[in-house]
Design a protein around this ligand. Structure first.
Ligand SMILES: NC(=O)c1ccc[n+]([C@@H]2O[C@H](COP(=O)([O-])OP(=O)(O)OC[C@H]3O[C@@H](n4cnc5c(N)ncnc54)[C@H](OP(=O)(O)O)[C@@H]3O)[C@@H](O)[C@H]2O)c1
Length: 349
């Protein structure tokens, strides 16, 4: 190969059909994915397998069941001794941490567990990854910001408004303290996609509301930049393959939109009557929402310019979405369209 051309330039220039072959020959890794039974973790496992890597998937209480996955286990990652012996036994080249207490409500209810999962676990993983010379990818959230400014840069200072956000911001610091050279923190946002049980993602939650006959109030003045979970997973695995990229990065979709605009686009995409299903409203200065950031739009550079994976428009993300399980009859009544379930590898339909 021409010594003047880097591996990366070659990979960028390769057509997609040759890309995975090239990767599997050059950068095959043993990757441990924690939180692999969760929404993002499951997609990260599938993206890693697609790119030819060997994956050890760790769930918390539920065993990750994914086609072509050879190794999975349920495991309490807050058990520091067990986690240490697992990492030292496996000696992975990369660890992708998707385990978390991932909602505001769960963290308010169980602050101790939030501390252990969102702060202590990332610290231990950063230390262990450093010890075995592995790359660590750790997921954080746009919620570390207070939402006053919008268009957040990766260098902006976090100012968390709730306990979930505070533990995630603290977790970032731990990862960076112990892993400045070998770890990347990805702040991401509202996830689009088809979750395993059909209840986790943005459109799935809307569908379940609508199918119960409820009209959804959506804010016209709360801004988010939703990302496709499969696109996020592709980006995370590509980042693992790039040893020179470390530090804090932002990853989201290409467009910031109000929650109302997002809801309208979801309804329109599925041929549903948005006027009937969605009520626009304003959160304004209501104190009830003071722990929820208002504008979490994010700038994706410098990461967006460095990767082969590209940020997607909402229209592209909507193309991947399916009617969630349990909502088929309602959907057929509303639209007159029959839901046809295709048997897809890795998706439980
Ligand atoms: N979802 C979003 O919209 C969103 C937005 C921004 C950022 N993020 C970030 O993205 C990451 C992934 O979020 P997600 O939505 O995929 O979360 P999720 O679906 O709630 O998954 C959490 C995962 O953590 C595992 N887990 C929980 N306690 C554990 C323990 N003690 N030991 C081992 N594993 C444990 C769970 O396992 P079991 O279920 O098997 O117990 C599950 O696999 C998080 O860091 C989150 O903060 C998510």
């Amino acid at each position: 190969m021409n010594a003047g051309i880097s591996d990366w330039q070659v990979k960028r220039a390769l057509p997609a059909c040759l890309f995975s072959t090239f990767y599997s020959q050059s950068t095959l890794m043993r990757i441990i994915v924690t939180g692999a039974s969760g929404f993002a973790g499951r997609e990260v496992v599938m993206a890693s397998l697609r790119r030819g890597h060997e994956v050890f998937a760790i769930g918390g209480t539920q065993l990750p069941v994914i086609p072509d996955l050879k190794r999975s286990e349920c495991f309490d990652c807050t058990d520091e001794v067990k986690l240490q012996s697992l990492i030292l036994d496996e000696f992975p080249q990369a660890v992708i941490n998707c385990a978390a207490l991932s909602t505001i409500e769960a963290c308010e209810k169980n602050p101790d567990l939030a501390q252990r999962l969102n702060v202590d676990l990332p610290r231990q993983l950063a230390q262990l990854a450093f010890h075995v010379g592995a790359k660590l990818i750790h997921f954080s959230t746009d919620m570390v910001f207070d939402g006053q400014k919008g268009r957040y840069e990766h260098t902006d200072l976090p100012r968390p408004l709730n306990h979930y956000a505070k533990t995630k911001a603290d977790g970032e610091k731990e990862v960076l303290q112990y892993g400045r050279e070998h770890a990347a923190v990805i702040r991401t946002t509202l996830l689009n996609g088809n979750s395993f049980r059909g209840t986790k993602s943005l459109h799935e939650r809307l569908f379940h509301e609508w199918s119960k006959g409820r009209k959804t109030n959506l804010f016209t003045d709360e801004i988010r930049q939703p990302v496709s979970v499969s696109n996020l997973a592709d980006m995370a695995v590509e980042l693992c393959e790039r040893p020179n990229l470390s530090g804090v990065y932002h990853w989201a979709g290409a467009e910031p939109l109000s929650r109302y605009a997002i809801g309208l686009k979801v309804a329109e995409h599925f041929g549903l009557d948005a006027q009937k299903l969605i009520q626009p409203s304003e959160r304004g200065e209501l104190t009830k929402y003071e722990n929820r950031p208002q504008n979490l739009s994010m700038l994706l550079h410098p990461l967006a310019g460095k990767l082969r994976t590209q940020a997607q428009s909402l229209a592209d993300q909507l193309g991947e979405l399916r009617v969630p399980r349990g909502c088929e009859d309602w959907f057929e009544q509303e639209t007159g369209q029959k839901v046809v379930r295709l048997l897809q590898k890795g998706i439980d339909f």
